[in-house]
Design a protein around this ligand. Sequence first.
Ligand SMILES: Nc1ncnc2c1ncn2[C@@H]1O[C@H](COP(=O)(O)OP(=O)(O)OP(=O)(O)O)[C@@H](O)[C@H]1O
Ligand SMILES: [Mg+2]
Length: 494
Amino acid sequence: MSEFAAELVGVSKRFGPVLANDGIDLAVARGEVHAVVGENGAGKSTLMSILYGLHRPDAGHILRSGTQIRLRSPADAIRHGLGMVHQRFRLFPGLTVADNIVIGAEPVTGARLDRAAAHRSVTDLSDRYGLRVDPAALVGTLPVGVRQRVEILRALYRHAEVLILDEPTAVLTPGEADRLFEVLRTVAAGGVAILLVTHKLTEVLAAGDRVTVLRQGRVTGRFTTADTTADDLVHAMVGRSLPTPVPRRATPDAAPALDVRDLTVRDADGVTRLSSVSFSVRPGEIVGLAGVAGSGQRELIDTITGLRDGGDRVLLDGTPIHPGRDPRVAYVPEDRHARGTAPQMSLAENLLMGEQRTLATRSGLPRAAVRERARDLVARFSISAASVDVPISALSGGNAQKAVLARELSRGSRVIVAEEPTQGVDVAVRSRVHALLIEARDQGAAVLVQSSELAELRELADRVLVLFEGRLVAEFGGDATEAQLGQAMTGVSA
Ligand SMILES: Nc1ncnc2c1ncn2[C@@H]1O[C@H](COP(=O)(O)OP(=O)(O)OP(=O)(O)O)[C@@H](O)[C@H]1O
Ligand SMILES: [Mg+2]
């Protein structure tokens, strides 16, 4: 028997003009965590989708334990012991954890669903792998980290011997991500082969055994993590090293551009979400915002960006912000699909949203000018797309993010609010996004960056504010350690 649980051999896949996979060989061994990295659009998700039967390769084939298999659908893949944890979970929120795990593969006694047996096997599996879940809980009530465990259990329940995870930590807090890696190690130790797609190179080096690097559809590097550095990976990914981070600044002396004064926010049920929050951001500084999910960041950012009424407590250059988008505030939202873009509209139209007025003439929007302006932004922000006329939903995640940034940063706004600005983007884009935010700062913008990635705040922010249970509990200089930030985030006072 082959030592490899699964092998992709000479796999190619074309989407119209794009050669997404170009003769890729990749083999994953039983018991290893094999990371797959590469720039946005390098072909990682395409390759994983081929291995899970979601796409048919144009050329090449798949071996399972040394034997060639043909996959026409995910159902075929599951039959062959392949499992996948999707980034957008495919669970039923109205069903219990146990039902979600066994659905479609239920134990039956006679002709009836054996619910007790289902609960038992879920409990067995969760004990064996340290994946703690309550089998009776409704999935809709669970935090993302737990839902992800349910997805993993679902695959293990179907006897997956190869487990594919496409950017599993993008939606997790740092603590949840650490727990996930412990689980993956346990699952791998049980003989399962794990394929892990991620943009976070520290995760790759900490949790992976081997790494395959893709670039423009081809393999450009194979490494054993034990003798590899992040810089080696970056080189294989983008063909060069990345610039070193720009040093941070002392707080400038100017009057605040953004001033939040004693802001309290209650939700529709009267629950206090923010209490007496006060801080300011001066032109020419980047202030980071840290906090575990649900600490009030959502409400704070919604108020600053005018999505929620701040009742005169949020001032821009001394005057209150009123509900509704204010052109003086640029906003890069976390959920770029729902909030940041109109997926059906073209890249050009998306790049122009909110700026129609500056280009409109009496006879409407001149198409040529729209496309001209879009092409200019595409070049300046190095957005890779077949043309400015494709729907923005056809862009890879990182390129869609660059498009949102291009639109928001090119407005010349006084205040820039960026939420998780580099979630799901590759290291090269990340470095570019950081450079763009720093450039905006240096041109005098007041920048507020919320991120669940503490390393990002440390690289980018001149000061970091920490929210806990709706209160500002700490403020650090940009040189705070992750341990200090982490403690403040969990309410441990310094
Ligand atoms: N269904 C599709 N139709 C057309 N083009 C596609 C399709 N899926 C992927 N592509 C294109 O194939 C290329 C590879 O995309 P893929 O999603 O595999 O990249 P990726 O490495 O997963 O990127 P990211 O890091 O942004 O998730 C990209 O240029 C993408 O636009
Ligand atoms: Mg992808």
